[in-house]
Ligand binder design. Structure first.
Ligand code: FAD
Length: 690
């Protein structure tokens, strides 16, 4: 392979000892192979890397830092997009930064000709994302201390803020709101509005697009920037490695890091380093043909992974082969799919989101969210590379017109390859630099599942209860299918030798890179949650878990069965479960009978079947019917748990609980709502909703 100038620069930089880490926990190693990257250090130790953001800005000649607090990758994505736009439209020297990787005591020394962006997702109950916890605590603390002792402390700081939230949660966008408030209090200057994107209303992307235009205008004014015609500049260089083939041992075929490549994977297993876990058994929970809900048992014995009842397990999916094929085909990459490439950041602060050298096939199959919703801005950007004038005009229109985009793209759930196929009428889009996709498409995200087993009963077995996403949409001949759940379905079908595997399922590469997942394995890690049983088992509990919301409730109830078997005094346990029909999707029906046998009158299942009677009945209606008892239990300090659909059910249940308290205690509704709020803040009311 040839060395181009950039390679030499990169090499020289490394040799000179300038530590250049490009990805989280990943470094460009000083290896014999100048192109190779390694993710050897999956635990994320970052020896020698500066945590001083001011130093970093100076070192890299940056004047615009875009910090992100991200859990599922969207905030990180938006941060990258802003960085790119700032550079191409306004000539800003931008840099994206993970909040976790810096200290903040010297924010007050950032000069006022620079700007700092905060792109902050709110997670769960108004919490910061995992990578933003330290920053959040620092900036919102009462006695925050900075190095210089200026007055006001952040009088020099220019900042821009955008939040990603969900209005179905009580603490809507609380991260951006609280950080903005804290920064204002410290005297910092906000540029533009503090934007808020709403996932609950499904308008995240549009909120983002609408917010950023006036923000750029205000920023250009404040920093005296001149807008120029944006020309696409790739962030990554893709170098074909002629000396390597997909059989070469150093080539990543989807292995998440160096240890996995070398076959020496070991813990700690976490969001950078999954465990390739055996699935011990899997079965169907529904008794209808057209819908699937999977139960899977995952074996974590032989690892130091552990979990507690109520935690989440993350599943690392791979993309369906049919969509991988479609994507490679429309870009004209089918022939080259197994060509080995190295991907390098052309700008030292950008991160290559996967290890290389690798193949196009592996990048698309294991690392890119190619089935996800398409961004309107991305289509506008791709217009420049259209195969003909007509497609170019169409892409520009889709990029510019919100309603048109919605009607043509969103309602049909089209992914990027399908859009390009339709717009270009089947022509190949082989002018698009591959870098544009690495920049414009989110990296493939693990999906979370509420663990449905009990760690007391099975400390080394994790159960998943997942409904398979499959929806027939108008204007499409095949159903829209969720990535991870159909991958799990394919695994289940293979494991059970199902006679008629779904055609979509057939195309998953379920034996994984180099057949490393063979024998029915799935890459996973565990995420600890705050959704927990009371430490005293004699406390009563009320569980509201319709549909797959029953998952953690099954874990709770199995735990209480086990506690009772161990001779503990287990309190009243109420489970409100709802589904369509008792004969179709009544999950774990037999298991509730076992609970009844062990727990006796202390266990009760209350069902709501929405499609059996003349009127739709949901769990919240059943809850209301039990008002007297619910109130009594709450007065005995019962714990109240809600899991499942955040958009409707969880909110309704919250409201009904307020009504119950108001009516039963003869107090005004406002007072009752206050009580429910206090229950939440004291953890007597816990939610696990999505
Ligand atoms: P995806 O491919 O991710 O699609 C999901 C949705 O995104 C689609 O339904 C659609 O609305 C939208 N979408 C995707 N692509 C497009 C497109 N091209 N155009 C338009 N819209 C699109 N689920 C369970 O079944 N059981 C659980 O116990 C459970 N627990 C969870 C716990 C937590 C903390 C969280 C956050 C989620 C939980 N989920 C659970 C949901 C789960 O994580 C997944 O979101 C779900 O299984 C769907 O994943 P998927 O990859 O199959 O679908």
């Amino acid at each position: 392979a040839e060395l181009d100038t950039l390679d030499l620069v990169v090499l020289a930089a490394i040799l000179l000892g300038t530590v250049a880490y490009f990805t989280k926990g990943k470094l460009w190693g000083v290896t014999k192979d100048p192109y190779a990257s390694s993710l050897a250090n999956a635990s994320g130790a970052k020896a020698g890397k500066t945590r001083n953001i001011v130093e970093k800005m100076e070192e890299q000649g940056k004047n615009c830092i875009i910090f992100y607090g991200s859990q599922t990758g969207t905030a990180e994505d938006y941060a990258s997009r802003l960085a790119k736009e700032g550079k191409s439209r306004f000539g800003l020297e931008t840099m994206v930064a993970d909040l976790e990787e810096y200290d903040f005591e010297n924010l007050d020394t950032i000069p006022d000709d620079k700007v700092v962006f905060f792109v902050l997702a709110t997670y769960g109950e108004g919490e910061p994302t995992d990578n933003a916890v330290d920053f959040y605590e620092f900036i919102t603390s009462e006695d925050v201390n900075f190095t210089e002792g200026n007055e006001p402390a952040l009088g020099n700081l220019n900042y821009v803020a955008f939040g990603l939230g969900n209005n179905t949660y009580e603490h809507y966008n609380s991260m951006v709101r609280n950080v903005d408030k804290a920064l204002q209090k410290l005297g910092a200057h906000r540029i533009g509005d503090a934007g808020e994107g709403d996932d609950g209303a499904g308008t995240m992307e549009e909120d983002f697009l609408a917010w950023k235009e006036p923000m750029w205008k205000a920023l250009a004014e404040r920093l005296n920037l001149e807008e120029r015609e944006a020309v696409y500049e790739p962030v990554f260089s893709i170098v074909e490695r002629e000396g390597l083939t997909k059989e070469s041992p150093e080539v990543y075929l989807g292995e998440p890091n160096k240890m996995h490549l070398d076959g020496t994977a070991k813990g700690p297993f976490n969001a950078h380093n999954p465990y390739i876990a055996p699935i011990t058994q899997s079965y169907e929970l529904f008794s209808v043909k057209d819908r699937n809900c999977l139960h899977m048992d995952i074996d974590i014995s032989g690892t130091n992974l552990n979990y507690q009842t109520g935690d989440h397990i993350a599943v690392w999916p791979t993309n369906p082969g049919a969509e991988v094929d479609r994507f490679l085909d429309i870009l004209g990459l089918t022939e080259k799919r197994h060509a080995v490439v190295s991907v390098k950041a052309l700008e030292p602060t950008a991160k290559v989101p996967f290890p290389t050298p690798t193949t196009y096939d592996a990048i698309v199959r294991y690392h890119m969210e190619i089935c996800a919703p398409v961004s309107r801005q991305f289509l506008a950007q791709l217009a420049a590379f259209a195969p003909d004038a007509e497609s170019k005009a169409e892409m520009t229109k889709l990029g510019a017109e919100k309603e048109y985009f919605h009607e043509k793209i969103s309602v049909h759930h089209l992914n990027i390859a399908r859009v390009l196929d339709i717009v270009g009428k089947g022509q190949k889009w082989n002018n698009i630099p591959f870098s544009a996709f690495i920049e414009g498409i989110t990296k493939l995200q693990p999906r979370y599942y509420s663990i449905s087993s009990s760690s007391l009963e099975h400390p080394k077995k994790i159960s998943i209860t997942a409904v398979v996403e499959s929806t027939q949409l108008p204007g499409r001949d095949d159903p829209f299918r969720g990535v991870a759940t159909n991958y799990l379905l394919a695994l289940k079908q293979k494991q059970n030798g199902d006679p008629e595997p779904c055609p979509f399922g057939l195309s998953y590469e379920i034996t994984g890179p180099r057949n490393k997942y063979d024998g029915i394995h799935v890459p996973v890690h565990v995420r600890h949650s705050n959704f927990k049983l009371p430490s005293d088992p004699s406390k009563p509990i009320i569980c509201i878990g319709p549909g797959t919301g029953v998952a953690p409730m099954r874990g709770f109830i199995r735990e209480r069965i086990q506690q009772a078997k161990n001779g503990e005094n287990v309190g009243k346990t109420l489970l409100f479960f709802g589904c369509r029909k008792s004969t179709e999707d009544f999950m774990y029906k037999d298991e509730w009978e076992e609970a009844k046998q062990v727990l006796g009158d202390n266990f009760e299942l209350i069902t709501a079947f929405s499609r059996e009677g003349p009127k739709k009945v949901y769990v919240q209606h059943r809850l209301k019917e039990r008002a007297v008892e619910i109130n009594q239990l709450l007065e005995q300090k019962a714990y109240f748990y809600v899991c499942g659909d955040a958009a409707n059910m969880a909110r309704e249940v919250n409201n009904v609980l307020g009504q119950i308290i108001s009516e039963q205690r003869g107090i005004p509704e406002a007072k009752a709502e206050e009580i429910v709020k206090n229950m939440r803040s004291s953890n007597q009311y816990q939610e696990d909703v999505w």
